[in-house]
Write a protein that binds this ligand. Structure first.
Ligand code: SF4
Length: 121
């Protein structure tokens, strides 16, 4: 039986949890969490970890050379590298408003890339 330690980031307590994993990769026991939300978080973090991707993209016809963006939902960690490569080729032009979709359906995930600031000139 294997063990994996995952720190829950559900709140500032940062509980250190331990997952016991059987030979088929199934979680059979979790200890160290203090609430059911934390238990759910570490289970999902083990099974399919996700992250919001934040990045900057190039601009055209703007006083700012780079512009900040993020995904509107978390992506599977296994997709982050491919998604970041796509953003290297993206260029934006003003005007853009915060929250505006910059790139829809990033790598066919159904997740959009949105502006995290205004770009007015
Ligand atoms: S297990 Fe619960 S109490 Fe502990 S860090 Fe996670 S959310 Fe907070």
């Amino acid at each position: 039986m294997a063990e994996e330690k995952i720190i829950c980031i559900g709140c500032p307590l940062g509980c250190e949890t331990t997952l016991k994993i059987d030979d088929q990769g199934e979680v059979v026991k979790i200890t160290g969490y203090k609430c059911k939300e934390g238990r759910q978080y570490v289970l999902e973090e083990y099974r399919s970890p996700v992250r919001v991707l934040t990045a900057t993209v190039l601009t055209q016809n703007s006083v700012r050379p780079l512009f900040p963006v993020r995904t509107n939902k978390p992506l599977l960690k296994t997709h982050l590298k491919e998604a970041a490569k796509v953003l290297i080729g993206v260029k934006v032009k003003p005007p853009i408003r915060v929250g505006q979709i910059i790139l829809p359906n990033l790598i066919n995930t159904g997740i959009d890339v949105i502006a995290t600031d205004d770009l007015l000139n």
